[in-house]
Every structure is written in C-alpha cells, then in structure tokens.
Write a protein of this length. Structure first.
Length: 192
C-alpha cells in the first residue's frame, strides 16, 4: 500500500515549479496544501502557537527561495518542506533560549569540571549531580569538553567546532559519543 500516491507527488512537484516561477496561484495552492503539516511540526518542536505561526511563515518563504533548486528525485515535496520546517523551528527555539555562556565563563566551567573534587563541595552536591560529574571525568578529555560546552555552556556543535578548532562533524561525534557514554554509565549504575 502506498501512503503517498505518485499522482500527488507529481502535483506537489508542479506546485513547487510554480513557486519557482513566482506563480501566485501555485503559491497559494502550495501554502493551502502544506500549511497544516508545516504548522503541526513547528508547533510540536516549539511548543508555542505564536512561534509556530512565525516559523510556518518563514518555512514558506524559505521554500519559495529554494523552489528552483528542489529535486523531486531526492525527496518528496512534503519531506523537503518538513525538513525545512524542522530546521527553521530548531533555529527559532535556539534564538529564544538564553544567550550562550561567554568564553571566559566557559573556561571557568571547564576548569571547575576538570578540577579534582573538593570534599566540601562534593558534600553539598546531590547524589545525581555527583554521579554525572564523575561520569564526565571518565570520558576522554576532548569528549568531556564537548559535552560540557554543549550541555552546560549552551553551545551548538558549530560553536564548539570553532572554539575547539575541529571540524563540525568531529564536534558532533564528540558530543554524541560523550553523551551516550555518560547515559550508559548512569543506566548501568542505576541497575546495580
């Protein structure tokens, strides 16, 4: 059973072609056809109706700008549009979060995390936080730095790649691998 018939795909691709040619009727039909899934995904990511509306408008503007480069062989129009929606919604959420920690503060956080635990401070920490810090210290230094910069410092993978002077893919891998290791270690500790 095909969930997305080929006839619909062809009609959707024709609407994108109309967008690329600045056809007002095609643009209106395009928005009408996709407004609900775009808004729904934006709302599920942002969890804010007003922000989801703004994101939806931005998505259709981005789609209009990128319509000429759309390739039906790479993805259906819906998949292409929902990818744009996901990216725009994540961008909007990031813009709304608190400003990432500045360089000097990040270095202080990193230094504090790397420093041997002070018994007075350790006594004041709750058990869960202490376990996480202990697990972080068990990571290789480059993974620990990436995780601390991302989780505590609020940095994106791109920002970490620039701060650390490493490729973006390496930054992403360090964050993902470090978080996975900490999570696995904590799960194992809770089972014991």
């Amino acid at each position: 059973m095909q969930l997305y018939p080929r006839a619909d795909r062809a009609a959707d691709a024709a609407l994108v072609d109309g967008l690329a040619l600045d056809d007002a009727q095609a643009a209106a039909a395009f928005v009408h056809r996709f407004q609900r899934p775009v808004y729904g995904l934006a709302l599920s990511i942002t969890r804010d109706a007003a922000l989801a509306e703004d994101v939806s408008q931005e998505v259709f503007v981005r789609a209009w700008r990128a319509a000429a480069s759309y390739d039906v062989r790479r993805a259906s129009v819906l998949t292409w549009l929902l990818t744009i929606t996901r990216n725009a919604a994540i961008d909007a959420v990031r813009m709304r979060r608190a400003t990432p920690t500045e360089g000097a503060e990040l270095e202080e956080i990193l230094t504090e995390t790397l420093r041997a635990p002070d018994t007075e401070q350790t006594a004041l920490r709750n058990v869960e936080r202490d376990q996480v810090v202990r697990r972080l210290r068990e990571l290789p230094p480059e993974q620990m730095r990436a995780v601390v910069l991302a989780v505590i410092g609020g940095c994106t993978a791109l920002e970490i790649s620039r701060l650390e002077g490493i490729p973006l893919g390496t930054a992403k891998t360090r964050i993902r691998t470090g978080l996975r290791r900490v999570r696995q270690q904590l799960e194992e500790a809770h089972r014991d």
